[in-house]
Design a protein around this ligand. Structure first.
Ligand SMILES: *Cc1c(COP(=O)(O)O)cnc(C)c1O
Length: 382
């Protein structure tokens, strides 16, 4: 079996047999010539159903997650929507993380609820709480680890055991870890979901999503529903994602190096009241993270002495960390989840602390990042 980076660079990306292109071409054609009615030359018919650039990305992502099938989408939410429609019907119940990605919560709470799907938010770090939330109608356990924005860690193997016993499918949103740091299918998950917008793409220049599974029937159902509803990525989007994924391993190593340094700096800073980073020994999920992840990733959250106003001042004072939503790009970002990414969960069980700041630590020179945070924290103190 080939190594991770060899797959990232080569899986699904053999040189083009007709021209020798070393890099997968952007196949912009919406339709493909047929040799006689029904005589497809290479399996392609119409680009909503399948497109060669998209196929290359899908084969690469399947290899990276260790799944037989990957299906690429126009966004992470497009992937979530199709997966929920495949796995849930009216009257069914889904368990979601108590600090789920805001868009996932909105999909379940505002859209699927209209179709009679019920949900319970659960802290999946607590297996007892998961057991207590299961119902005879529970069809899906939707897990994120690390979670967003509190970097909670769920034990994927343990959650998989409990889900399987209950007859529910386990979905792991692996966006924060990326397949380089964590491979949920090997730990018992049925499906892995990515917002490829984040680490997989890695350059904040394309929105996309993907589902990966080893289950043939489930993959067929996903493809059928995707083709029915149309949430496909364009060929240029697929190509940008494929270009980004080639460097995933080196980027994740550097993100992890930098985030470890930043987490230590913050933990020792007097203006910081708490640091959420699974790489810190005092993080409650540290041991499980060390067991199931290669390293701890680039996301760090922290709370600031002085409450919401101080947190907003820190976000406004950084110069290298750009104030913006999203994450996982080479550049460092800072945000206030309560007012930005997680505004849609205000007042719900998923509300996040209002003195919380979230960092997506990029791959710049770590000394510059450290200095930027030091000056922002002292500016916020005044
Ligand atoms: C961004 C994100 C999503 C949604 O993906 P989009 O590409 O923005 O549609 C889902 N889950 C997590 C953890 C995310 O960070």
């Amino acid at each position: 079996m080939r190594g991770f980076s060899t797959n990232a660079i080569h899986a699904g990306q053999e040189p083009d047999p007709s021209t020798g292109d070393v890099i997968t071409p952007i196949h912009v054609s919406s339709t493909f010539a047929q040799d006689g009615v029904g005589g497809l030359r290479s399996g392609y018919e119409y680009s909503r159903s399948a497109n060669p650039t998209r196929t290359a990305l899908q084969e690469c992502l399947a290899a990276l997650e260790g799944g037989r099938h990957a299906v690429a989408f126009g966004s992470g939410m497009g992937a979530s929507d199709v997966l929920m429609r495949v796995l849930l019907k009216p009257g069914d119940h889904v368990v979601i993380p108590h600090d789920a990605y805001g868009g996932t919560f909105r999909l379940v709470d505002k859209v699927l609820a209209l179709w009679g799907v019920e949900y319970t938010p659960v802290d999946l770090a607590d297996i007892g709480a998961l057991r207590a939330a299961l119902r005879p109608t529970t069809r899906v356990v939707w897990c994120e680890t690390p979670t967003n924005p509190l970097l909670g860690i769920a034990d994927i193997a343990a959650v998989a055991d409990v889900s399987r016993t209950a007859g529910a499918r386990l979905v792991v949103d692996n966006t924060f870890a990326s397949p380089y740091l964590q491979q949920p299918l090997a730990l018992g998950a049925d499906v892995v979901l990515h917002s490829t917008t984040k680490y997989v793409g890695g350059h904040s220049d394309v929105v996309g999503g993907a589902l990966v599974t080893g289950d043939d029937e489930l993959a067929d159902a996903i493809r059928f529903t995707q083709n029915s509803v149309g949430s496909v990525p364009g060929p240029f989007d697929a190509w940008l994602t494929l270009r980004g994924v080639k460097t995933l391993a080196v980027r994740m190593e550097r993100h992890s190096d930098n985030a470890e340094r930043i987490a230590e700096l913050l933990a020792a800073h007097p203006a910081v009241t708490r640091v959420y980073y699974p790489g810190l020994a005092e993080h409650p999920g540290h041991e499980i993270a060390a067991k199931q992840m290669r390293r701890f990733g680039g996301m760090v959250s922290f709370t600031v002495a002085g409450g919401r106003d101080a947190a907003l001042r820190v976000c406004a004072a950084t110069e290298i960390f750009t104030l913006a939503e999203s994450l996982g790009g080479v550049e460092s970002l800072i945000e206030h989840p309560g007012a930005m990414t997680h505004a849609s969960v205000a007042g719900s069980a998923l509300e996040v602390p209002d003195d919380l700041v979230r960092l997506s630590v990029g791959i710049e020179d770590v000394e510059d990042l450290a200095e930027d945070l030091r000056q922002a924290l002292s500016a916020a103190d005044r």
